[in-house]
Design a protein. Structure first.
Lengths: 129, 492, 452
């Protein structure tokens, strides 16, 4: 399982890429593995205003469903529409083409609470045990 | 072993859809010449109201239709082919006499809007059934209108809300164990209650201390399944009920597992305020490939005013339907429940009597414990607690060989059995829940256990054959991911 | 007892393996203070012969449409159930299986579901159908809940009073009797009152519901209402109590319905005092993920052969739990199976033929009854196989007299509509012969003729 160093991670198994005041969010390798073959992704609408910890989408596999929670407050500026046709992208390339949303952050300091790769790796190890 | 088991006998190996077999001009049924003058629809209805093209239903002869559905039926496993060891489903044998009685014209040809004086037989059946179910559960009143267990749950939760509203505060929360069936939280949510999950303790039981911690004046009810979804008796039921009652809450009991307790425990005596039953489980009505079922709700006196209308009343031997119940939650279904299902359950109860139901529970518990004892070494028992009518194993041992519960389930089909319930309850990883019911003989249980033990052996010695199962069924493993990704929900 | 196969010897052997002395030991986990002291008093056990006799006696304590001429409709329509339908639908391989969660050994049920879903889509003119709900009333309630989910903050639900009273009552029960956003719109001459709707066409509109043909049997053009609902951003829901009519009349999908539900008793089910019923639930493709109930889909198996499975299960309660689209688990699969068999037997042309017969008979009855002095047609608008007649005195008394003449003359509308207490809802199907209708007219005439 991979947890790239340049990303932050949440307890809900999302990854966050910070570029300026834009946060790109997806689900981690651990999450996609746990879910199994993804069959559907429910995306938010562009322009949606979100508060930290709000649900911004839903990822469905055949046997389970997971809500996606935003770790930051902000506005949805872009959604990955490709996921509607190819939900399997989340399994195949969860950190690259499997990105889900881009959020323009209102309060970038919220990222301070996020985990880095090593910390998340340990967190996953504990959960899996 | 596997060669001697029955896996179905189909001469037809493929069956196209009705639409693929349709031939223009074929007729399955005609109605003969009319005895009244023919009308011209175009003269009666304005253009916009008439179909411009006929609905594309198939065109087949009666022979085609008979063959099609007969062949399709042979692709099904069914209760009359073998047993279903499905935990929490109580798939007991469906008595054939029930088929005969539901076909009586005196029942099938009655209409719900006939004057009550002309359906005294129907009303008597319903009235008696309600009282019999109340007797079995130790409750004061019963409604047989809900069409299914979850419909009963919704009805029970609506009554709970009405009860609390009448007292001045509908309250906001419902406590539900993490081992509960999904219909419990779903039903509570429809009634606009927030679901608060209670973590189970060892044996997956409800922990009174947890309930004490979570119980407050905003909790409308606690929903509890007894025996729980692992088949274990909730020994602290009364303690939990007392805690909830002390703060004015109600106890809702999911009666899906009643088959373990008939004649032993009556929920109404141990603190239950409202509960539902599943006639298609405990009372032997058939599953029909998914339904129809029936989910009567039994209540204590303080909830009686809130029962859905109409209420069947009896006055000097005459039955009637009373809708004058100002506190009733209202109607929950059109007409009078699933009347055909009610007839079957009524017949079942009348044939067995109290003695028979008690015997059923005793032997259901015997059968489940027998299976548990025989499979104990071969499969991991996540909770080694005394069980009643069902037992739960996990795939922990088999995981070491790369085999999971789903594979074991599929391999069982090659041995001629429908698999047990899998992946429920959620609190057990890879749960395999087995409920044989009382209608199964020792010979069959032995054959089942031997098959399960053989499969456990295969997991160790030949895991690939288990992982690739089923091999001998009409269809091999079906691609559910493809079905969900490339939705095709009707014929093109 | 015959359903309990255990012999004493076997019980002993089993207990030995378990390591218990007797069956009572197996109940040791139940604390003594929680055990009942009561012996269940349910009457004596009955043999099969006695049981059959008992049920026969109960059934004979009813009158029914075989011994009494019946013109009862009101959402439960008596149609001929062909012999092939009863026989095929009662095959144990359709009656006794469990829900097809293990698709490899349930291809019979699953293929039938797929075919049923297809036929519902084609009949209702919609994109998707589920594999059944309980009945039309609960289906309307599910549709309304769905409209609110889809509409997010929108709450207003408009129900005309010519929507079946029981459907309205069930919606009220599920949404709460005091829900301020549920509006019952009074009808006008039996028709949908457009004026009553106008004030509710705002951004709080979740759904407008109509019945087609409506409770009074009237077939009304609803295209304008669909437009109004859509313009206001709400959904348009159609309920069809007599789906036989859709083989002749324009289906909901072609006049703008987003969700179309119905009652499937007409498709091969005996009226049976109103249950089990068949809740038909269809919708436009865009709403698919919000639909309640089980759905069957097509796929391939490991050897590339076509097969069917339950799909989109993540909407359902066993996965989504409190966030599910519905709490429904058990559905009415066997009733859907029966409908599929019925519709394939009648087929495209047979269903149209049957519709025409129903229409012909109803029109003939209309004329025969309104010829009677004092009887008038209440609403002079197009109807299918049901219509309303108005009498010079309360329907209730007339119907009682007709009952003495062995006729169920119809439904007393005064039961729900005080202003229509002199009105009877009369239903005529292919099961009523010309002779039956003439006899009915005859007896009604005698009923109403002034006493000597």
């Amino acid at each position: 399982m991979e947890f790239p160093d340049n990303l932050f991670y949440t307890k809900e198994h999302e990854w966050v890429l910070i570029e300026g005041n834009v946060a790109t969010i997806g689900i981690s390798d651990y999450a996609q593995e746990q879910l199994g073959d993804i069959v559907f992704v429910e995306l938010p609408t562009v322009g949606l205003e979100l508060k930290k910890d709000d649900t911004f989408g839903v990822v469905e596999s055949v046997k389970s469903v997971s809500d996606c929670f935003t770790p930051v407050t902000g506005k949805v500026t872009e959604i990955n529409e490709d996921l509607t046709e190819n939900p399997s992208m989340l399994n195949e390339d969860c950190y690259g083409d499997g990105w889900i949303v881009k959020i323009e952050m209102k309060n970038p300091s919220e990222t301070k609470g996020l985990m880095k790769s090593a910390e998340y790796h340990a967190f996953v190890k504990e959960e899996a045990a | 072993m596997t060669d001697k088991t029955y896996t179905g006998c189909n001469l037809a190996l493929e069956e196209p859809t009705l639409f693929e077999q349709s031939v223009e001009g074929r007729l399955g049924l005609t109605f003969g010449p009319s005895d009244v003058p023919q009308t011209n629809p175009a003269a009666l209805f304005e253009g916009g109201l008439l179909r411009d093209k006929p609905a594309l239903l198939p065109e087949l002869s009666e022979t085609d239709v008979t063959r099609h559905f007969t062949r399709l039926s042979t692709f099904n496993y069914s209760k009359d082919i073998g047993f279903y060891p499905l935990g929490s489903c109580t798939m007991k044998y469906n008595p054939k006499i029930a088929n005969k009685v539901v076909s009586l014209e005196g029942f099938t040809q009655t209409h719900p809007y006939q004057d009550v004086s002309t359906v005294q037989g129907n009303l008597e059946l319903i009235y008696t059934l309600e009282r019999d179910l109340a007797e079995i559960c130790g409750m004061d009143a019963v409604t047989v209108w809900p069409a299914a267990g979850s419909h009963g749950e919704l009805t029970g939760m609506l009554m709970t809300r009405a009860y609390h509203t009448a007292k001045g505060n509908p309250r906001r929360k419902v406590l539900i164990p993490d081992s509960a069936h999904g219909t419990n939280p779903a039903s509570a949510a429809i009634c606009n209650y927030d679901v608060v999950e209670i973590k189970s303790n060892e044996c997956g039981l409800v922990n009174p201390a947890e309930v004490e911690r979570l119980m407050d004046n905003e909790v409308a009810a606690l929903m509890i399944t007894n025996p729980n979804t692992l088949g274990i008796f909730e020994r602290d039921f009364k303690k939990v009920a007392d805690i909830v009652h002390s703060k004015g809450g109600l106890i809702y009991c999911d009666g899906a597992n009643l088959n373990a307790l008939m004649g032993y425990v009556r929920m109404g005596e141990i603190g239950c305020d409202v509960m539902h039953l599943n006639l298609h489980k405990t009372f032997g009505t058939p599953h029909g490939g998914g339904g129809p079922g029936s989910g009567p709700v039994a209540v204590k006196k303080h909830l009686e005013p809130f029962l859905p209308i109409p209420i069947v009343t009896k006055n000097q031997g005459h039955y009637a339907l009373d809708e004058n119940r100002p506190q009733s939650i209202g109607r929950i279904k059109s007409f009078y429940g699933n009347f055909g299902v009610l007839i079957r359950a009524y017949a079942y109860i009348k044939e067995l009597g109290g003695e028979g139901l008690l015997a059923a529970s005793r032997l259901a518990v015997l059968n489940a414990n027998y299976i548990k004892a025989r499979l104990k070494g071969a499969y991991d028992l996540p909770y080694d607690c005394p069980v009643l009518h069902e037992c739960v194993f996990s795939d922990k041992i088999q995981n070491e060989y790369g085999v999971r519960t789903i594979d074991i389930a599929k391999r069982l089909m090659d041995y001629g059995f429908h698999p047990p319930t899998v992946y429920f309850p959620l609190i057990v990883h890879g749960a395999i829940m087995i409920e044989p019911t009382e209608t199964e003989s020792k010979a069959l249980l032995d054959r089942f256990c031997e098959s399960m033990i053989m499969i456990a052996k295969e997991c160790k010695e030949n895991p690939e054959i288990v992982k690739g199962a089923p091999h001998k069924t009409f269809r091999r493993r079906l691609d559910e991911v493809k079905a969900a990704r490339e939705l095709c929900l009707s014929a093109s | 007892m015959r359903y309990l196969p255990h012999t004493n010897t076997e019980i002993k052997e089993m207990l030995k393996i378990i390591g218990a002395f007797n069956i009572e030991d197996l109940f040791a986990s139940i604390p003594k203070e929680l055990r009942t002291a009561k012996q269940l008093n349910l009457g004596p056990q009955l043999s099969e012969i006695a049981l059959l006799e008992h049920l026969k006696t109960l059934s004979r304590n009813n009158r029914n449409a075989e011994d009494t001429l019946s013109f009862l409709g009101g959402g439960a329509y008596r149609h001929y159930v062909p012999a092939a339908v009863s026989e095929l639908a009662s095959r144990t391989e359709f009656v006794t299986p469990y829900t097809p969660y293990q698709p490899e050994i349930s291809q019979g049920t699953l293929q039938v579901m797929f075919e049923y879903q297809t036929m519902m889509c084609r009949l209702f003119g919609m994109d998707v159908s589920n594999a059944s709900n309980y009945d039309a009333a609960t289906s309307v309630a599910e549709a309304v809940l769905m409209a609110r989910r889809v509409g997010k903050k929108r709450r207003t639900i408009c129900l005309p009073d010519n929507l079946h009273p029981e459907y309205r009552e069930v919606v009220s029960t599920v949404l709460g009797k005091n829900d301020p956003d549920v509006h019952i719109l009074p009808s006008e001459n039996g028709l949908f009152n457009r004026n009553a709707l106008k004030d509710l066409l705002n951004d709080n509109l979740a759904a407008v519901v109509v019945q087609f043909p409506n409770f009074f049997g009237i077939a009304e053009d609803f295209k304008d209402i669909a437009e109004m609902a859509h313009k206001a951003g709400g959904l348009f829901v159609a309920a069809v109590a007599e789906p036989l009519s859709l083989s002749l009349l324009s289906p909901p999908g072609s006049w703008g319905a987003d969700i179309a539900v119905g009652e499937g008793i007409s498709f091969g089910l005996p009226v049976n005092f109103g249950g089990p019923t068949l809740g038909i639930f269809t919708a436009k493709e865009a709403l698919l993920r919000n639909m309640p109930g089980r759905i069957c889909g097509q796929t391939l198996d490991a050897e590339g052969r076509r097969g069917f499975v339950l799909t989109m299960s993540t909407r359902e309660q066993h996965i989504r739990r409190e966030k599910a689209t519905s709490n429904i688990c058990t559905n009415h699969a066997l009733c859907a199976t029966t409908a599929a068999i019925y519709l394939s037997l009648l087929g495209k042309n047979g269903l149209i033929e049957l519709s025409k017969i129903n229409l012909d008979k109803a029109e003939y009855a209309k004329k025969a009854l309104t010829k009677i002095n004092g009887v008038r047609l209440k609403f002079s608008v197009p109807t299918f196989n049901e219509f309303v007649i108005e009498l010079p005195r309360p329907a209730a008394t007339v119907l009682q007299t007709l009952l003495k003449d062995n006729i169920f003359g119809g439904i007393d509308l005064g039961r729900w509509y005080p202003a229509l207490k002199n009105c009877i809802l009369v239903c005529v199907t292919e099961m009523n012969s010309k002779r039956d209708i003439d006899l009915f007219a005859d007896k009604l005439a005698s009923c109403l003729s002034p006493p000597l």
